[in-house]
Design a protein. Structure first.
Length: 378
């Protein structure tokens, strides 16, 4: 009987996975434009921030106010998952990114980032936990990284999580708005991308391990607020985008030890008064962006398309936009990126996350309606 029950559970799980991926259960088309059909898989989420694909086809979604839910094949939202640490849901902060362990099917471990309240203010932190899907609970929760800095305020937390091909974890960190000058300071975590092992330890090949006074977790510096990151499908290098102020949103190839300029070298300008920030837009020791947007589109979430699902899109980069409410399709052209087209411009959706699913399709989080959307090719 037990063996038969296990087989039935496996079969029903596989059917549910295929249903969610194929969109034959629960999904309903909401628009057709730009060569894609936008299918609403689920809605009713409160300020969704990130999604991750579970092996059985369900989705794990974070809500910025401090909740994590499972989205089933028919679009049903689970009750909030219990066991999360205290989250400071203020301004742009709250529960942020979530990713599965590379060995999730064996260890059931997930990693998530959040705004962690402290006595001095708050900081971006990363925790790992064992996910009990049946009990909807996180067990063995452990914070493996937290910013050294803990300023007040509610802006510029980062914070995307990406595993590299060696199993190390990239964590993107913002400058917290008020601490922008520390983005150039290697003794601070503000305005940095860090790289850690899954237990929070420092990989010995990080670029600043042997530099006196530098925090050894740091991978790159001179960032403002990185809210999109993904591995390049060919090189395996980290690519990321970040918010500029008035102009100067950037997409960068994030190389070890490099300076990305903020706030000394930037295309952006001061809010309200519009004056120049820093020294200019170029300097020999600063890594130039692959692309910059002026005016700012307010980018959030990004993914490379590696499948053949969409004719002509294989290898392209897709970036969501909050302010401009669209998805930007970018292609490499030599050492730069070129914006090929802007998808979903007429849909009016604040796009918070963009991911490629196991079906090869692009999935996005719509912050406007609290919805999970899938882009099907027409």
């Amino acid at each position: 009987m037990m063996r038969g029950a296990r087989v039935r559970r496996r079969v029903s799980g596989a059917v549910a996975a295929l249903a969610l991926i194929a969109g034959v259960v629960g999904g309903m088309p909401v628009a057709a434009a730009d060569g894609v059909r936008v299918v609403q898989v689920a809605r009713g989420l409160d300020t969704p921030w990130a999604l991750a694909f579970l092996p059985d086809g369900r989705l794990l979604v974070t809500e910025r106010p401090g909740r994590m839910r499972v989205v089933s094949a028919d679009g049903t939202l689970s009750a909030p998952i219990a066991g999360l640490p205290e989250v400071q849901a203020r301004g742009q902060g709250g529960l942020l990114d979530v990713v599965l362990s590379p060995s999730f099917e064996r260890d059931r471990t997930i990693f998530f980032s959040f705004a962690q309240p402290t006595e001095g203010g708050a900081r971006t932190a990363v925790a790992r936990a064992v996910l009990d899907l049946q009990g909807l609970r996180l067990n063995e929760v452990k914070v493996i990284f937290a910013q050294k800095d803990e300023p007040s305020g509610g802006h510029h937390w980062g914070s995307r999580l990406v595993f590299d091909r060696h199993g190390m974890l990239f964590v993107t960190l913002g400058d917290r708005f008020s601490g922008r000058d520390k983005a150039q300071d290697l003794s601070s975590h503000l305005g940095k991308i860090v790289r850690i092992a899954p237990d929070g330890s420092v990989p010995p090949d990080n670029p600043f391990v042997a530099k006196p006074g530098a925090l050894p977790e740091i991978w790159s510096y001179g960032h403002r607020n990185v809210q999109g990151a993904a591995l390049h499908p060919v090189t395996g290098n980290l690519w990321a985008h970040e918010h500029g102020p008035q102009g100067g949103d950037e997409v960068n190839e994030v190389l070890p030890g490099r300076n990305y300029g903020w706030p000394v070298i930037t295309y952006g300008r001061e809010y309200v008064i519009g004056t120049k920030i820093g020294e200019g837009t170029e300097r020999a020791d600063v890594q130039p962006p692959k692309l910059q947007w002026t005016p700012s589109i307010a980018p959030s979430g990004m993914a490379f398309s590696t499948s053949s699902v969409y004719p002509g899109w294989q290898g392209d980069l897709f970036v969501g936009a909050l302010k401009f409410r669209l998805v930007s399709r970018l292609s490499e052209q030599g050492d730069k990126l070129v914006e090929r087209e802007r998808l979903l411009q007429d849909a009016g959706k604040r796009i918070r996350d963009v991911r490629q699913g196991p079906d090869g399709k692009l999935w996005v989080l719509d912050e406007t309606d609290g919805a999970v959307l899938r882009l099907d090719p027409i």
